[in-house]
Design a protein around this ligand. Structure first.
Ligand code: UTP
Length: 476
């Protein structure tokens, strides 16, 4: 195997230590190492080291911020009816796809396997992927057209995710309408910008963030597939939110009706200190400011009426026009993919010392990882739209093993939402003294995707739910 060319390329970028153990490696190990090196854009890493590692404060200024305007689509208004109608028509014409990002490592949850396989529903114990699949099947049944589903994985989740779908017979979806694509990876670097070795024959690589979905859509062929199918709007969500409706015709309709290239659902923050990003205008551009970047004075700021000034929380539910994704991934375009910024994260990354060959397990952050965030596409979009929604209807993420944003809170919120829908259908819900439902409830997405559908379904035969009951409504 001739490595002369690779060695000189590595030398040009000060990364020649990656071949430190070359002479000890057998052929398969050499192949694995070269394959890893080949995946790395060394010029990009050099640029990122200059901007994010050697000079980490550059570009970190937020500038002047102001709160953005959000649109409310109140039920019963003409805007609501028209947007919903338009969204339903788009779905019925096969012009809407779902896309979930499922490449994360789920470190905080500490679950062994892709997060989408985590069992979450309160009675049936359905995994997240099954809830989304049932929702898409229900949408297809309603509008008569399958909704293609694009699932972004990473090297860590790809094989297990594909195997899981195959073992579950795609939860009843047509396999040809489920498209898996892998996101890119980026190497971790030390404070001097040297790429770390995870093993003597492997680089320390990690997924390039949920924003990597934009370039992965293009590089994987998913974007071309969307175009072939005539899809106009991509409905984007995260794998860790069991309350999400993967394709919400109202949201899609509002997006299309306002000529927005990228839209986001918005909910009010739970508290000043909630760890979510907020939408804000920075120099007239719509952006998401991460909770860690929002100064306390702004996080606690109030309007004259006492409401929170920066209250519009980002819950990572977006609608993207397919042509917008094409535009920002076109290499020669002025608003091209390159203008989505990279972020750095300081992490503890175990590595092999290139001089001694010893395995090092650091106590604290020793390395920098690079990631892109999906919301950084917003400033590139024309007419970005923020649509108000309600937390109890759309958002309860599974992030941590316990406490806030955990499986326990997500299950509680699924039960609460089912109780709200049932109550709106005229069903009496037994409640404990603290007002919480005194029963466990689960409604299959195949039975109803919203309160209106549930009311229509139960109209002639409303159930009686006893205190302490476990009540499940299937789609049968
Ligand atoms: P998080 O930022 O919550 O990360 O991802 P995570 O990997 O799931 O969890 P932790 O931080 O390790 O505990 C939000 C969403 O973005 C996806 C995740 O799968 C999740 O749906 N994601 C994140 C990717 O698809 N790729 C990434 O590189 C990062």
């Amino acid at each position: 195997m001739d490595v002369t060319e690779i060695r000189s390329r590595l030398e040009r970028f000060g990364q020649q230590h990656l071949l430190a153990f070359w002479d000890e490696l057998d052929d398969p190990a050499r192949g694995a190492l070269l394959a890893d090196i080949e995946q790395v854009d060394l010029a990009l890493v050099a640029d990122l080291v200059a901007s994010h590692v050697s000079d980490p404060d550059s570009g970190a200024t937020l500038g002047e911020l102001s709160p953005p305007s959000c649109v409310a689509a109140e039920p019963g208004t003409p805007a609501h009816a028209e947007a919903r109608q338009l969204g339903e028509t788009l779905v019925a014409e096969g012009k809407v796809a779902a896309m979930v990002v499922a490449g994360g490592q789920g470190t905080r949850l500490g679950f062994d396997g892709p997060k989408g396989t985590f069992r979450i529903s309160p009675i049936q114990d359905k995994p997240l992927f099954k809830l989304f699949a049932e929702s898409l099947i229900a949408t297809e049944q309603r509008f008569g057209k399958p909704v293609p589903w694009y699932i972004m994985t990473s090297p860590a989740t790809d094989a297990a995710t594909r195997d899981y779908f195959a073992a579950q017979s795609y939860f009843g979806l047509e396999a040809g309408n489920v498209f898996f694509f892998q996101q890119g990876v980026m190497p971790a670097v030390d404070p001097r910008g040297r790429i770390l070795l995870a093993e003597k024959d492997r680089l320390a690589m990690s997924p390039d963030g949920h924003g990597g979905s934009i370039r992965a859509l293009a590089s994987s062929g998913a974007l071309a597939d969307l175009a072939d199918r005539g899809v106009e709007v991509v409905s984007y969500f995260q794998v860790d939110n069991p309350l999400v409706t993967p394709v919400d015709p109202l949201f899609v309709g509002m997006h299309q009706r306002t000529g927005s290239q990228m839209s986001s659902l918005v909910i009010g923050k739970a508290s000043d200190t909630e760890r979510v990003g907020v939408f804000a205008l920075a120099g007239g551009q719509l952006k998401v400011i991460e909770y860690s970047d929002l100064p306390e004075t702004l996080a606690t700021a109030r309007n004259a009426d006492g409401s929170r000034t920066y209250d519009a929380a980002n819950i990572a539910i977006h609608a993207l026009s397919r042509t917008f994704v094409e535009q920002i991934t076109r290499p020669d375009s002025s608003g091209g993919g390159k203008s989505m910024p990279w972020h750095r994260a300081r992490k503890a990354v175990p590595y092999i010392d290139a001089t001694s060959g010893r395995q090092v397990t650091p106590d604290g952050p020793n390395a920098v990882k690079f990631e892109m965030f999906i919301f950084d596409a917003l400033p590139l979009a024309d007419n970005p739209l923020l649509l108000e929604s309600r937390r109890s209807e759309v958002f309860s993420p599974v992030k941590n093993a316990d406490g806030v944003d955990s499986p326990a809170t997500a299950r509680r919120d699924l039960v609460r939402r089912a109780a709200t829908w049932l109550a709106a259908s005229g069903v009496s819900i037994p409640r404990a003294t603290d007002g919480e439902p005194d029963c466990t409830l689960e409604i299959s997405p195949l039975a109803a995707l919203d309160a209106d559908q549930l009311a229509a379904r139960l109209k002639d035969n409303p159930p009686t739910i006893e205190a302490g009951a476990r009540w499940y409504l299937s789609g049968d």
